[in-house]
Design a protein around this ligand. Structure first.
Ligand code: G3I
Length: 370
Protein backbone atom coordinates (compact mmCIF):
# COMPACT_ATOMS: atom_id res chain seq x y z
CA UNK A 1 0.00 0.00 0.00
CA UNK A 2 2.81 2.41 0.94
CA UNK A 3 4.55 1.86 -2.38
CA UNK A 4 1.29 2.32 -4.27
CA UNK A 5 0.60 5.60 -2.54
CA UNK A 6 4.06 6.95 -3.20
CA UNK A 7 3.79 5.85 -6.82
CA UNK A 8 0.40 7.52 -7.24
CA UNK A 9 1.63 10.69 -5.55
CA UNK A 10 4.60 10.70 -7.89
CA UNK A 11 2.22 10.48 -10.82
CA UNK A 12 -0.10 13.09 -9.31
CA UNK A 13 2.77 15.49 -8.86
CA UNK A 14 4.47 14.60 -12.09
CA UNK A 15 4.56 18.21 -13.16
CA UNK A 16 6.91 18.91 -10.28
CA UNK A 17 9.02 15.92 -11.32
CA UNK A 18 9.21 14.56 -7.80
CA UNK A 19 7.53 12.14 -5.42
CA UNK A 20 6.09 12.65 -1.98
CA UNK A 21 8.83 10.54 -0.38
CA UNK A 22 11.56 12.62 -1.93
CA UNK A 23 10.21 16.08 -1.25
CA UNK A 24 8.55 16.40 2.07
CA UNK A 25 7.43 19.97 1.45
CA UNK A 26 4.58 18.32 -0.44
CA UNK A 27 2.35 18.06 2.59
CA UNK A 28 -1.26 18.75 3.46
CA UNK A 29 -0.45 22.14 4.94
CA UNK A 30 1.59 23.32 1.96
CA UNK A 31 -0.78 21.85 -0.60
CA UNK A 32 -3.74 23.63 0.99
CA UNK A 33 -1.93 26.72 2.21
CA UNK A 34 -3.85 29.10 -0.05
CA UNK A 35 -7.20 27.54 0.89
CA UNK A 36 -7.49 26.99 4.64
CA UNK A 37 -5.50 25.84 7.64
CA UNK A 38 -5.05 22.10 8.10
CA UNK A 39 -5.09 21.07 11.74
CA UNK A 40 -4.83 18.08 14.01
CA UNK A 41 -5.78 17.30 17.59
CA UNK A 42 -2.86 16.55 19.87
CA UNK A 43 -2.89 14.03 22.69
CA UNK A 44 -0.61 14.49 25.67
CA UNK A 45 1.96 12.15 24.10
CA UNK A 46 2.23 14.44 21.08
CA UNK A 47 2.51 17.58 23.16
CA UNK A 48 5.49 16.07 25.00
CA UNK A 49 6.94 14.82 21.68
CA UNK A 50 7.19 11.22 22.91
CA UNK A 51 7.19 9.54 19.50
CA UNK A 52 9.62 10.69 16.82
CA UNK A 53 7.48 9.49 13.90
CA UNK A 54 4.34 11.18 15.19
CA UNK A 55 6.27 14.33 15.93
CA UNK A 56 7.76 14.48 12.46
CA UNK A 57 4.38 13.89 10.84
CA UNK A 58 2.64 16.58 12.92
CA UNK A 59 5.24 19.18 12.04
CA UNK A 60 5.34 18.21 8.36
CA UNK A 61 1.61 17.98 7.62
CA UNK A 62 -0.25 20.39 9.91
CA UNK A 63 -0.23 24.11 10.59
CA UNK A 64 -2.94 24.22 13.28
CA UNK A 65 -3.27 22.33 16.55
CA UNK A 66 -6.08 21.70 19.03
CA UNK A 67 -5.57 20.00 22.41
CA UNK A 68 -7.70 16.85 22.36
CA UNK A 69 -8.19 16.77 26.13
CA UNK A 70 -5.73 18.72 28.26
CA UNK A 71 -7.56 22.06 28.24
CA UNK A 72 -10.89 20.58 29.30
CA UNK A 73 -11.97 21.97 32.67
CA UNK A 74 -11.73 18.58 34.42
CA UNK A 75 -8.01 18.48 33.62
CA UNK A 76 -6.95 22.12 33.65
CA UNK A 77 -9.10 23.19 36.63
CA UNK A 78 -9.38 20.15 38.92
CA UNK A 79 -10.22 22.05 42.11
CA UNK A 80 -11.97 25.33 42.70
CA UNK A 81 -8.76 27.14 43.61
CA UNK A 82 -6.32 25.06 41.67
CA UNK A 83 -5.37 25.02 38.02
CA UNK A 84 -3.06 22.55 36.33
CA UNK A 85 -1.33 24.41 33.52
CA UNK A 86 1.73 22.27 32.92
CA UNK A 87 0.46 20.38 29.86
CA UNK A 88 -1.38 23.38 28.39
CA UNK A 89 1.73 25.57 28.74
CA UNK A 90 3.66 22.89 26.89
CA UNK A 91 0.94 22.69 24.21
CA UNK A 92 1.07 26.43 23.58
CA UNK A 93 4.88 26.34 23.57
CA UNK A 94 4.74 23.53 20.96
CA UNK A 95 2.48 25.61 18.74
CA UNK A 96 4.57 28.75 19.07
CA UNK A 97 7.83 26.90 18.49
CA UNK A 98 6.44 25.43 15.26
CA UNK A 99 4.65 28.60 14.16
CA UNK A 100 1.27 26.89 14.20
CA UNK A 101 -2.23 28.31 14.58
CA UNK A 102 -3.19 27.46 18.16
CA UNK A 103 -6.75 26.55 19.09
CA UNK A 104 -8.02 26.46 22.67
CA UNK A 105 -10.55 23.68 23.36
CA UNK A 106 -12.77 24.36 25.24
CA UNK A 107 -13.91 26.93 27.81
CA UNK A 108 -17.51 25.98 28.56
CA UNK A 109 -18.69 22.38 28.07
CA UNK A 110 -21.24 20.40 30.08
CA UNK A 111 -19.03 17.30 29.77
CA UNK A 112 -15.70 16.54 31.45
CA UNK A 113 -16.42 19.01 34.24
CA UNK A 114 -14.30 18.89 37.41
CA UNK A 115 -15.82 16.80 40.21
CA UNK A 116 -16.37 19.84 42.44
CA UNK A 117 -18.82 21.35 39.94
CA UNK A 118 -21.32 18.54 40.58
CA UNK A 119 -21.48 19.69 44.22
CA UNK A 120 -22.29 23.27 43.31
CA UNK A 121 -25.91 24.05 44.16
CA UNK A 122 -26.41 27.75 43.62
CA UNK A 123 -26.46 29.73 40.39
CA UNK A 124 -24.07 32.25 41.94
CA UNK A 125 -21.43 29.61 42.66
CA UNK A 126 -21.72 28.12 39.18
CA UNK A 127 -21.42 31.58 37.66
CA UNK A 128 -18.37 32.22 39.81
CA UNK A 129 -16.80 28.96 38.58
CA UNK A 130 -17.46 29.84 34.94
CA UNK A 131 -16.22 33.40 35.35
CA UNK A 132 -13.05 32.49 37.21
CA UNK A 133 -12.38 29.62 34.81
CA UNK A 134 -12.58 31.75 31.68
CA UNK A 135 -10.61 34.59 33.26
CA UNK A 136 -7.84 32.27 34.41
CA UNK A 137 -7.54 30.02 31.37
CA UNK A 138 -8.21 32.43 28.48
CA UNK A 139 -6.35 35.15 30.41
CA UNK A 140 -3.22 33.03 30.85
CA UNK A 141 -2.87 32.48 27.11
CA UNK A 142 -4.04 35.91 25.97
CA UNK A 143 -2.24 36.84 22.77
CA UNK A 144 -0.96 33.28 22.35
CA UNK A 145 -4.06 31.24 21.58
CA UNK A 146 -5.37 32.22 18.15
CA UNK A 147 -8.89 30.85 18.47
CA UNK A 148 -11.06 29.60 21.31
CA UNK A 149 -13.89 27.08 21.20
CA UNK A 150 -15.73 29.19 23.75
CA UNK A 151 -18.91 27.18 24.17
CA UNK A 152 -19.03 23.53 23.14
CA UNK A 153 -22.10 21.45 22.33
CA UNK A 154 -24.82 23.67 23.84
CA UNK A 155 -27.55 22.33 21.55
CA UNK A 156 -29.80 19.27 21.53
CA UNK A 157 -30.38 17.39 18.28
CA UNK A 158 -33.70 19.21 17.69
CA UNK A 159 -31.94 22.58 17.85
CA UNK A 160 -33.20 23.58 21.30
CA UNK A 161 -30.70 24.48 24.00
CA UNK A 162 -29.17 21.48 25.75
CA UNK A 163 -30.52 20.98 29.26
CA UNK A 164 -27.05 21.24 30.72
CA UNK A 165 -26.06 22.29 34.21
CA UNK A 166 -25.24 25.72 32.75
CA UNK A 167 -28.66 26.20 31.14
CA UNK A 168 -30.50 24.79 34.13
CA UNK A 169 -28.78 27.01 36.68
CA UNK A 170 -27.84 30.14 34.73
CA UNK A 171 -30.48 30.32 32.02
CA UNK A 172 -29.79 30.82 28.32
CA UNK A 173 -27.81 34.01 28.98
CA UNK A 174 -24.83 31.88 30.03
CA UNK A 175 -23.73 31.57 26.41
CA UNK A 176 -23.51 35.32 25.94
CA UNK A 177 -21.80 35.65 29.33
CA UNK A 178 -19.19 33.08 28.31
CA UNK A 179 -18.40 34.80 25.01
CA UNK A 180 -18.21 38.23 26.67
CA UNK A 181 -15.88 36.89 29.36
CA UNK A 182 -13.64 35.27 26.74
CA UNK A 183 -13.54 38.47 24.66
CA UNK A 184 -12.48 40.41 27.74
CA UNK A 185 -9.89 37.87 28.89
CA UNK A 186 -8.27 37.59 25.45
CA UNK A 187 -9.34 40.42 23.14
CA UNK A 188 -7.18 39.16 20.27
CA UNK A 189 -8.44 35.57 20.07
CA UNK A 190 -11.09 34.54 17.57
CA UNK A 191 -14.15 33.19 19.34
CA UNK A 192 -16.07 30.17 18.03
CA UNK A 193 -19.22 28.24 18.89
CA UNK A 194 -18.40 24.52 18.39
CA UNK A 195 -20.81 21.59 18.04
CA UNK A 196 -21.45 18.27 16.29
CA UNK A 197 -24.30 17.53 13.87
CA UNK A 198 -24.95 21.24 13.31
CA UNK A 199 -24.78 20.57 9.58
CA UNK A 200 -28.10 18.73 10.03
CA UNK A 201 -31.13 20.95 9.38
CA UNK A 202 -32.88 21.10 12.79
CA UNK A 203 -29.72 21.52 14.83
CA UNK A 204 -28.29 23.93 12.24
CA UNK A 205 -31.39 26.09 12.61
CA UNK A 206 -30.84 26.16 16.37
CA UNK A 207 -27.19 27.12 15.92
CA UNK A 208 -28.12 29.92 13.53
CA UNK A 209 -30.64 31.30 16.04
CA UNK A 210 -28.08 31.09 18.82
CA UNK A 211 -25.45 32.93 16.76
CA UNK A 212 -27.92 35.57 15.58
CA UNK A 213 -28.93 36.28 19.18
CA UNK A 214 -25.30 36.71 20.19
CA UNK A 215 -24.69 39.05 17.28
CA UNK A 216 -27.86 41.06 17.98
CA UNK A 217 -26.73 41.59 21.57
CA UNK A 218 -23.38 42.96 20.43
CA UNK A 219 -21.37 39.93 21.53
CA UNK A 220 -18.20 39.08 19.67
CA UNK A 221 -18.36 35.78 17.76
CA UNK A 222 -16.00 35.14 14.86
CA UNK A 223 -16.91 31.67 13.76
CA UNK A 224 -18.71 28.39 14.03
CA UNK A 225 -17.03 25.02 14.37
CA UNK A 226 -18.76 22.10 12.68
CA UNK A 227 -17.09 19.17 14.41
CA UNK A 228 -17.47 16.60 11.62
CA UNK A 229 -17.65 13.21 13.35
CA UNK A 230 -19.13 11.29 10.45
CA UNK A 231 -19.50 7.76 9.09
CA UNK A 232 -18.48 6.40 5.69
CA UNK A 233 -21.87 4.67 5.71
CA UNK A 234 -23.99 7.81 5.57
CA UNK A 235 -24.29 10.54 2.99
CA UNK A 236 -24.52 14.14 4.23
CA UNK A 237 -22.73 16.29 1.66
CA UNK A 238 -25.77 18.39 0.84
CA UNK A 239 -26.28 19.21 4.52
CA UNK A 240 -22.61 20.09 4.84
CA UNK A 241 -22.69 22.40 1.85
CA UNK A 242 -25.93 24.06 2.98
CA UNK A 243 -24.45 24.56 6.43
CA UNK A 244 -21.28 26.20 5.08
CA UNK A 245 -23.36 28.61 3.01
CA UNK A 246 -25.92 29.43 5.70
CA UNK A 247 -23.40 29.93 8.50
CA UNK A 248 -21.20 32.13 6.37
CA UNK A 249 -24.23 34.26 5.48
CA UNK A 250 -24.16 35.29 9.14
CA UNK A 251 -20.85 37.00 8.44
CA UNK A 252 -18.77 34.49 10.42
CA UNK A 253 -16.06 31.99 9.53
CA UNK A 254 -16.77 28.29 9.21
CA UNK A 255 -14.26 25.76 10.53
CA UNK A 256 -14.35 21.97 10.50
CA UNK A 257 -12.92 21.35 13.90
CA UNK A 258 -12.92 17.60 14.67
CA UNK A 259 -13.00 15.74 11.38
CA UNK A 260 -13.03 11.94 11.20
CA UNK A 261 -15.02 9.19 9.44
CA UNK A 262 -15.75 5.99 11.33
CA UNK A 263 -15.56 2.90 9.11
CA UNK A 264 -17.09 0.59 11.71
CA UNK A 265 -20.68 -0.52 12.23
CA UNK A 266 -22.70 1.57 14.63
CA UNK A 267 -24.61 -0.57 17.13
CA UNK A 268 -27.52 1.85 17.10
CA UNK A 269 -28.11 1.12 13.44
CA UNK A 270 -29.11 -2.41 14.43
CA UNK A 271 -32.85 -2.29 14.94
CA UNK A 272 -33.95 -3.60 18.29
CA UNK A 273 -30.45 -4.33 19.54
CA UNK A 274 -29.43 -3.12 22.95
CA UNK A 275 -26.23 -1.21 23.36
CA UNK A 276 -24.45 -3.25 26.00
CA UNK A 277 -21.32 -5.21 26.77
CA UNK A 278 -22.33 -7.98 24.41
CA UNK A 279 -21.36 -5.79 21.51
CA UNK A 280 -17.82 -5.66 22.81
CA UNK A 281 -17.70 -9.44 22.71
CA UNK A 282 -19.26 -9.56 19.26
CA UNK A 283 -16.65 -9.77 16.46
CA UNK A 284 -19.26 -8.43 14.01
CA UNK A 285 -18.85 -5.07 15.67
CA UNK A 286 -15.08 -5.14 15.13
CA UNK A 287 -14.79 -6.54 11.61
CA UNK A 288 -11.38 -5.09 10.61
CA UNK A 289 -9.36 -6.13 13.62
CA UNK A 290 -6.38 -7.27 11.55
CA UNK A 291 -6.57 -5.01 8.49
CA UNK A 292 -8.87 -2.83 6.42
CA UNK A 293 -10.19 -4.41 3.19
CA UNK A 294 -9.44 -2.47 0.00
CA UNK A 295 -13.16 -1.89 -0.62
CA UNK A 296 -13.49 -0.01 2.68
CA UNK A 297 -10.19 1.81 2.22
CA UNK A 298 -11.52 2.98 -1.15
CA UNK A 299 -14.84 4.10 0.31
CA UNK A 300 -13.03 6.13 2.97
CA UNK A 301 -10.85 7.75 0.29
CA UNK A 302 -13.92 8.55 -1.79
CA UNK A 303 -15.69 10.11 1.19
CA UNK A 304 -12.73 12.36 1.97
CA UNK A 305 -12.32 13.27 -1.69
CA UNK A 306 -15.96 14.29 -2.10
CA UNK A 307 -15.87 16.23 1.16
CA UNK A 308 -12.75 18.15 0.18
CA UNK A 309 -14.31 18.97 -3.20
CA UNK A 310 -17.06 20.75 -1.26
CA UNK A 311 -14.47 22.41 0.99
CA UNK A 312 -12.54 23.67 -2.03
CA UNK A 313 -15.70 24.95 -3.69
CA UNK A 314 -16.34 27.04 -0.57
CA UNK A 315 -12.78 27.75 0.46
CA UNK A 316 -13.53 31.48 0.72
CA UNK A 317 -15.84 30.67 3.66
CA UNK A 318 -13.70 28.06 5.44
CA UNK A 319 -10.96 29.06 7.86
CA UNK A 320 -9.66 25.68 9.00
CA UNK A 321 -10.09 21.92 8.63
CA UNK A 322 -8.84 20.02 11.67
CA UNK A 323 -8.62 16.22 11.86
CA UNK A 324 -9.53 14.75 15.24
CA UNK A 325 -6.27 12.94 15.81
CA UNK A 326 -2.88 12.36 14.25
CA UNK A 327 -3.19 8.79 12.97
CA UNK A 328 -5.59 5.85 13.23
CA UNK A 329 -4.13 4.39 16.42
CA UNK A 330 -4.63 7.71 18.21
CA UNK A 331 -8.31 8.15 17.34
CA UNK A 332 -10.98 8.26 20.07
CA UNK A 333 -13.09 6.14 17.68
CA UNK A 334 -11.12 3.03 18.67
CA UNK A 335 -12.88 3.32 22.04
CA UNK A 336 -16.30 4.77 21.22
CA UNK A 337 -19.13 3.80 21.20
CA UNK A 338 -17.65 0.38 21.89
CA UNK A 339 -14.34 -0.12 23.62
CA UNK A 340 -11.28 -1.84 22.14
CA UNK A 341 -12.16 -1.78 18.46
CA UNK A 342 -9.83 -1.15 15.54
CA UNK A 343 -11.02 1.87 13.58
CA UNK A 344 -9.46 3.63 10.59
CA UNK A 345 -10.98 7.13 10.50
CA UNK A 346 -8.01 9.37 9.65
CA UNK A 347 -5.53 9.99 6.84
CA UNK A 348 -2.50 8.26 8.37
CA UNK A 349 -2.31 4.59 9.31
CA UNK A 350 -0.93 2.95 12.44
CA UNK A 351 2.59 3.13 11.03
CA UNK A 352 2.14 6.90 10.35
CA UNK A 353 2.06 6.25 6.60
CA UNK A 354 -0.38 8.14 4.37
CA UNK A 355 -3.48 6.18 3.39
CA UNK A 356 -5.36 6.23 0.11
CA UNK A 357 -7.62 8.90 1.65
CA UNK A 358 -4.57 11.16 1.96
CA UNK A 359 -3.79 10.67 -1.71
CA UNK A 360 -7.40 11.38 -2.67
CA UNK A 361 -7.22 14.78 -0.98
CA UNK A 362 -3.77 15.62 -2.31
CA UNK A 363 -4.63 14.74 -5.87
CA UNK A 364 -7.54 17.21 -5.89
CA UNK A 365 -4.98 19.96 -5.71
CA UNK A 366 -2.81 18.64 -8.50
CA UNK A 367 -5.42 19.90 -10.95
CA UNK A 368 -4.47 23.37 -12.18
CA UNK A 369 -8.01 24.76 -11.60
CA UNK A 370 -7.64 24.40 -7.83
O1 G3I B 1 -6.74 10.47 31.42
C1 G3I B 1 -7.44 9.27 31.79
C2 G3I B 1 -6.46 8.24 32.21
O2 G3I B 1 -5.80 8.69 33.37
C3 G3I B 1 -7.20 6.92 32.45
O3 G3I B 1 -6.27 5.92 32.72
C4 G3I B 1 -8.02 6.51 31.23
C5 G3I B 1 -8.84 5.26 31.47
O4 G3I B 1 -9.91 5.18 30.54
O5 G3I B 1 -8.89 7.55 30.93
C6 G3I B 1 -8.22 8.76 30.60
O6 G3I B 1 -9.12 9.74 30.27
C7 G3I B 1 -9.77 9.61 29.03
C8 G3I B 1 -9.39 10.79 28.15
O7 G3I B 1 -10.13 10.75 26.97
C9 G3I B 1 -7.90 10.80 27.79
O8 G3I B 1 -7.58 9.69 27.05
C10 G3I B 1 -11.25 9.60 29.29
O9 G3I B 1 -11.60 8.40 29.97
C11 G3I B 1 -12.01 9.67 27.99
O10 G3I B 1 -13.39 9.86 28.26
C12 G3I B 1 -11.53 10.87 27.19
O11 G3I B 1 -12.21 10.87 25.98
C13 G3I B 1 -12.15 12.06 25.24
C14 G3I B 1 -13.58 12.62 25.07
O12 G3I B 1 -13.56 13.76 24.24
C15 G3I B 1 -14.15 13.08 26.41
O13 G3I B 1 -13.42 14.16 26.92
C16 G3I B 1 -11.57 11.76 23.87
O14 G3I B 1 -10.19 11.39 24.04
C17 G3I B 1 -11.67 12.98 22.97
O15 G3I B 1 -11.28 12.65 21.66
C18 G3I B 1 -13.11 13.47 22.93
O16 G3I B 1 -13.17 14.65 22.16
C19 G3I B 1 -14.48 15.23 22.01
C20 G3I B 1 -14.29 16.72 21.89
O17 G3I B 1 -13.56 17.21 22.99
C21 G3I B 1 -15.64 17.42 21.78
N1 G3I B 1 -16.42 16.88 20.69
C22 G3I B 1 -16.58 15.43 20.67
C23 G3I B 1 -15.21 14.75 20.74
C24 G3I B 1 -15.35 13.26 20.65
O18 G3I B 1 -16.05 12.76 21.76
Amino acid sequence: MKKTIYLCLSVGFLFSNTSYSQKDETSLKTTYEKDFLIGTALGIEHIYEKDAKANQLIKREFNAITPENIMKSQIIHPEFNHYSFEASDKFVEFGQKNKMFIVGHTLVWHSQLPAFVSKINSADSLRLFMTEHIKAVAGRYAGKINSWDVVNEALEEDGTLRKSVFLNKLGEGYIKEAFDLAAKADPKAELYYNDYNIEQPAKRKGAIELIKKLQASGTKINGVGIQGHWSINSENLKDIEDAIVEFSQLGIKVAFTELDYTVLPNPWDLKGADVNQRFEENPKMNPYKESLPDSVQNRLAERYENLFKVFLKHKDKISRVTFWGVNDSHSWLNGWPIKNRTNYPLLFDRGFEPKKAYLSIMKLKSKPTN
